[in-house]
Design a protein around this ligand. Sequence first.
Ligand code: GLU
Length: 281
Amino acid sequence: MVTKSASRFAPSPTGRLHLGHAYSALRAHDLAKAGEGRFLLRIEDIDQTRCRPENVDGIYEDLRWLGLNWDRDVVFQSDRHSAYVAALDRIVAQGLAYRCWCTRAEVAANIDAPQGNAQPVYPGTCKGRRDAGDGRPFSWRLDVAEAVRRAGDLTWTDVDAGKIEATPERLGDVVIARKDAPAAYHLAVVVDDDWQGVTDVVRGRDLFDSTHIHRLIQHILDIRPPAYHHHKLIMDATGTRLAKRKQAPTLAAMRADGVDPEALVAGLRAGVLPDGFCFSD
Ligand code: GLU
């Protein structure tokens, strides 16, 4: 049997969608449909402190406004905790994760930001700690150096850039389970893409570095890696990348302003952005 392709759009309901999301969803949708595959929708709502149910309704509304229909039931990460617990247990049982009691402020104060490295790296403060942290809540961090040592050379495929050698060290010992949830983004995304049968991960270039970590987690969990497509990002007139926290103009606002969704989608497909926006690079 030939495996049908499947792509997904995986927004976090921490705010309303903007043009960058529309572009990402459209790329994922069109890629799946070109191969008669499935376009899946996953709501990444692990961080319950920041996710809001009204934003989930907003995501449905915005996708429908763009004319993008998804296949199968929507998957909510908040329903998937037992799968994350099982995956985390496997990683911990292999001695590849350690507890971390650091607060955000402590991490920020101790962070290493090596030259030329886009992301600050956690310096391993809690690695090797044997105490119980006075019963305070803890997160789990991946012991990247040990995991890489055992895994040996790993590669993954970026459809545009080709075969990439995995260098997960660039992100350091990332959190794989939050203090308040049995997973964090890096673990949940790998477990869910596999469980949903995603063959093609389509997402922005801002997540390119994360893919190195995802490849390592896939290896630890015996998961076959999908193909990756990291598309250009959209910026506003000031050259700032669109982001919810930076109050990027939302699709809801565009709709209220009378923007024609068919023209917008046709433009995005042709790589033409509305006035006031441009692509990165
Ligand atoms: N949930 C992530 C976001 O909203 C996307 C995750 C992914 O595509 O891997 O940025």
